[in-house]
Design a protein around this ligand. Structure first.
Ligand code: NAP
Ligand code: G4F
Length: 362
């Protein structure tokens, strides 16, 4: 029998990569998607087979994080051995506009998952998608022992989920691991997060479709890594003997300004000619500087990311150029081909990349 996993919100950046990783490892994967009036499964299309096909191992189920009916019934019917709770309203700026909704979907939904598992009596391992946003105003380097000081409704909601995970671990002996992940990006990153906003703009400027890109705070510093490597870390957390919390990040931070400079320069452009500041993209409270100390993950999970900041941007710019019909500049593509075996980007498997990243970490 294949091992079974349930991913809440399989349609997101991480959900889609994780589904791919688990399928490559032989799992049967069940994912929750929410009903939408247009397709929201673009990140999964290359993986999906008709469930009637013999050998189908990916199954999608409608559900919403605002309500536990589907969670409970899936946990009973699927009886997963591992649950990856990834679903969230994950945009920090949006959380200031929708604080109550964010509390409901990003915070309380974690409790819904944990409580559904507890009531089912099924023994399964749970991954809680915690965030470096919980550190907020705490100066770097941040690790598992650092003080939390969230600076947004999103950060506060994530902190609620984090403590619920710990509480269920301590009160009921459940296997619940918090992955405290720093920013991780990819060609599948949502287009309103800053890296993807920049790499898409670079591609469109190269194509002559636009001239300007409007951003908010250029001085904030983030620790940006490559998403497929982070889903490998999530999986490793659930393979440990006991449940613990782990920080994942590269240990290198850059400002939004430096990120623009590097992404535009890769395409032979001067960012200063194209980027303008628009205060509407600023947040009521900013998180100034996040930078991970991931030494515990290195030591105990043998996890260390191979893709660095500039390489990440090269991968993303190449993918965005290709997605609008231009020829990729090639460094991002070559990097993955050379270091990580065949890379097929947006529409197809990254399993080979993950396999190579995993063996590189050992
Ligand atoms: P993402 O791309 O924004 O994906 C979020 C997922 O949640 C999507 O599948 C989305 O569905 C789903 N969702 C949102 N509201 C829902 C609802 N009411 N009911 C059901 N599903 C709902 O996020 P991500 O970057 O993959 O991140 C995955 C998790 O890790 C999130 O919890 C995020 O907060 C956390 N995290 C991310 C990072 C990072 O840098 N990426 C770092 C730390 C923690 P649709 O596709 O239909 O919108
Ligand atoms: O790309 P961002 O929106 O990501 P942010 O706020 O760091 O949150 C992401 O990472 C968290 C982990 O630390 C996750 F938990 C969360 O779910 C999400 O994935 O913004 C990064 C920085 C911020 O300082 C922001 O103020 O970029 C700055 N920024 C400047 N101009 C902008 C913009 N961010 C966005 N989204 N759009 C702008 O125009």
């Amino acid at each position: 029998m294949p091992r079974r996993a349930l991913i809440t919100s399989i349609t997101g950046q991480d959900g889609s990569y994780l589904a791919e990783l688990l399928l490559a490892k032989g799992y049967e994967v069940h994912g929750i998607i929410r009903r939408a009036s247009s397709f929201n499964t673009g990140r999964l299309e290359h993986l999906y087979h008709d469930p009637h096909d013999a050998g189908a191992r990916l199954f999608l189920h409608y559900g919403d994080l605002g309500c536990d009916e589907q969670l409970t019934s899936l946990i009973y019917s699927v009886r997963p051995e591992e649950i990856y709770h990834l679903g969230a309203q994950s945009h920090v700026k949006v959380s200031f506009e929708l604080p109550q909704y964010t509390g409901e979907i990003t915070g309380l939904a974690s409790l819904r998952v944990l409580e559904a598992v507890r009531r089912s009596g099924i023994r399964c391992r749970v991954y809680q998608a915690s965030s470096s946003e919980m550190f907020g105003g705490t100066p770097p380097l941040q690790n598992e022992e650092s003080v939390f000081h969230p600076r947004s409704p999103y950060g506060v909601a994530k902190l609620y989920g984090y403590w619920m995970a710990r509480s269920y671990r301590e009160a009921y002996g459940m296997f619940v691991a918090n992955g405290i992940l720093f920013n991780h990006e990819s060609p599948r990153r949502g287009p309103t997060f800053v890296t993807r906003k920049v790499t898409r703009a670079v591609a469109e400027i190269v194509a002559g479709r636009r001239q300007k890109l409007y951003l908010g705070n250029l001085e904030a510093r983030r620790d940006w890594g490559y998403a497929p490597e982070y889903v490998e870390g999530m999986w490793r957390m659930l393979q440990q003997e006991s449940a613990e919390d782990f920080v994942l990040g590269t240990g290198e931070a850059h400002s939004v300004r430096e990120m623009c400079e590097a992404a535009f320069a890769y395409a032979g452009l001067d960012w200063r000619e194209h980027v303008e500041v628009d205060p509407q993209y600023r947040r009521p409270a900013e998180v100034d500087w996040l930078c991970a100390d991931a030494s515990k993950a290195r030591r105990e999970l043998c996890w260390s990311p191979a893709i660095a900041f500039r390489e990440l941007l090269q991968i993303m710019v190449d993918a965005d150029l290709e997605s609008i019909g231009l020829r990729p500049l090639g460094a991002g593509q070559r990097l993955l081909e050379r270091g990580f075996a065949p890379w097929h980007r947006w529409q197809s498997s990254v399993s080979a990349v993950l396999a190579a990243a995993s063996s590189a970490a050992h």
